[in-house]
Design a protein around this ligand. Structure first.
Ligand SMILES: C[S@@+](CC[C@H](N)C(=O)[O-])C[C@H]1O[C@@H](n2cnc3c(N)ncnc32)[C@H](O)[C@@H]1O
Length: 266
């Protein structure tokens, strides 16, 4: 019994300390500028969503994130960072190969390196060349690839943890992106910070992001879960991420979740 306690106590103490120091900061829900949102009718699969690649978008995004990253470096995690750390922890993998699709400037690599309870091997993928340049300026040596979420440059089952990094909401072909995520993943797919509603059908909004018109999908929860199931993914956890309540725009509350999905048959 004493030997058992001796073995368990340091592990417990370490976990408690880690939890204490990674206690998230709860930011208030930002004010929703209702007039900047346009609700589009039904799905708009033909419409492109390439505002992300416009010159200056990466710079503006990094400027917006600078204070949030500073807080993170001081040990205060925003809810989305905390959700991602928790999602990776739940996979219980040691030293996993993590590919983040839609990595932007790759700050999630820093978040995971600082707060994961394991080392991570990180590769970032983004379709925006400017985003990747910003990633290399901020994190020299970071491994990145230019690529598209709907056509990932990896073999089947070759990635330990595939992270779709706050990306599904921007992909009109999200079903294909889910299929691709599952194809390349050995066991885990994390769909990070996905906006959800319960009653309306999946709804597309147009709004400005970092000065560029962007499309944003708010998913009907049941519809999205059906897409996961149809692609052989089992949801093992749905973690609260950033507050994002679009009730003033959509007439019903919305939330964001980070889904930890396990590949059913590998
Ligand atoms: C909202 S940012 C997410 C940044 C970061 N991953 C996070 O979680 O905060 C979305 C990123 O996805 C990228 N992106 C948009 N469409 C993409 C696509 N089809 N394939 C790969 N990346 C894409 C954008 O360039 C942008 O950097």
């Amino acid at each position: 019994m004493r030997a058992l306690l001796k073995a368990i106590l340091p592990v417990l103490a370490q976990q408690l300390l880690k939890r204490w120091f990674t206690k998230p900061v709860y930011h208030r829900q930002p004010k929703i500028p209702v007039e900047e949102y346009e609700v589009l009718k039904g799905q708009v699969p033909g419409e492109s969503n390439d505002g992300w690649q416009a010159p200056g978008t990466a710079r503006r995004q990094l400027d917006a994130f600078a204070p949030i990253l500073q807080e993170m470096r001081e040990g205060k995690l925003r809810e989305d960072f905390a959700a991602l750390v928790e999602a990776v922890r739940l996979t219980q993998m040691d030293d996993p190969l993590i590919v983040e699709v839609g990595c932007g400037s790759a700050w999630n690599r820093e978040v995971l390196e600082r707060f994961s309870n394991t080392t991570v091997r990180y590769v970032g993928i983004d379709c925006g060349v400017e985003m990747l340049k910003a990633a290399h300026a901020m994190y020299p040596g970071v491994v990145t690839l230019a690529g598209d979420a709907t056509e990932l440059p990896f073999r089947n089952g070759s990635i330990d943890i595939l992270v779709s990094g706050t990306l599904l909401m921007h992909l009109m072909s999200y079903q294909k992106a889910v299929e691709e995520s599952r194809r390349v993943s050995k066991r885990w797919c994390i769909f990070h910070t996905v906006p959800l509603l319960q009653t309306r059908e999946t709804t597309v909004l147009r709004k400005d992001a970092y000065g560029q018109p962007t499309l944003e999908i708010i998913f009907n929860s049941a519809e999205l879960l059906a897409v996961f199931t149809a692609n052989g993914l089992r949801v093992r956890a749905a973690i609260d991420s950033l507050p994002y309540d679009l009730e003033p725009v959509l007439g019903e509350p919305t939330v964001t979740k980070t889904f930890v999905c396990e590949v059913a048959d590998r």
